[in-house]
Design a protein around this ligand. Sequence first.
Ligand code: NAD
Ligand code: SER
Length: 329
Amino acid sequence: MKNILVTGALGQIGSELVPALRSRYGRDHVVAVDLREALPDFRDSGPFHRLDCRDTKLLARLVKKYSVDTIFHLAAILSASGEANPGKAWDVNINGLLSVLEIARELGCSVFTPSSIAAFGPNTPKDYTPQDTIQRPTSIYGITKVSGELLCDYYWHRYGVDTRGVRYPGIISSVKEPVGGTTDYAVYMYYDAVRKGRHTCFIKSDTYMDMIYMPDAIKAAIDLMEANPDRLRHRNAFNITAMSFCPEDEAAYIRKYIPDFEIDYDVDPVRQALANSWPNCLEDYAARVEWGWDPQYDLDAMTREMLSVLRERFSGDKGKGNGRKKSRR
Ligand code: NAD
Ligand code: SER
């Protein structure tokens, strides 16, 4: 990877992937693009352009202008937003991806595209969900994710485009609050614990889903794109996970650090139905063997660090980077 373009750069993942890529490859070697306008801080930190990922012509111009050889394609509509507007989810997630794949084919780029635990459905084995298994998702988001996995495989087999991707679990992070997802509850619980000491959860107390802390999610994307291609058998849809927990488990770990923390439940039927249709916990052996996937954070290490970063932020002490310590499990 010499020159990189990141679509959906202002989202939950892009807000942390872009700085990580810039510190590794150099600020002017990473072009950030998004449908929305960036805040001045982000605009000043390296090249930024507004781009609808379905606009193939403008995408081609930017790829040529910056001699881009690798695209991290993050622009998408997530699960709960997708259920609110299925047509838009299909259009952005499928036509946006097709536009990226076509430009990659014409101009010789590698492509990273995240899939999701949402690519599985109610008749997928729920525990230790295998790498290769039944995928009949019931949400529009999940349908676009399976289609995306297949499209990326197709561009590799048919045209030799170097496509790679992981099935991300719910991602927990402290830089950008997520919007429009189902696993977002797990992020909001940390924010509420620090700001209010209590949280009303929209997912039932005993619903298990896979999760991952952002530093591991970023590391996965970079490690996979830097992996030796000769070792990759799966390419576009590696199961990865770092932990599996339910809201009650997260609340218990928060209480280790905030003993008075309280939780109650006001379940959202749409997001609960999405969560019910996804696995309890994935098996991620292929990622470990084919490119060395090895997450660093478990629920305890992540909880400690999330609470510490958010406490620092909300006490008004903003001048110390992202506040992350080197603590690992
Ligand atoms: P996000 O919703 O936080 O960010 C998406 C970004 O895409 C936003 O900044 C939005 O402005 C932009 N965008 C939307 N439509 C666009 C368009 N037409 N053209 C250009 N930009 C557009 O999403 P995220 O959480 O950062 O997720 C990134 C990718 O990772 C997505 O493919 C998502 O499905 C996948 N993923 C995320 C999670 C998670 O927990 N965050 C889990 C699994 C998979
Ligand atoms: N975290 C995502 C969501 O909940 C799953 O891909 O939508």
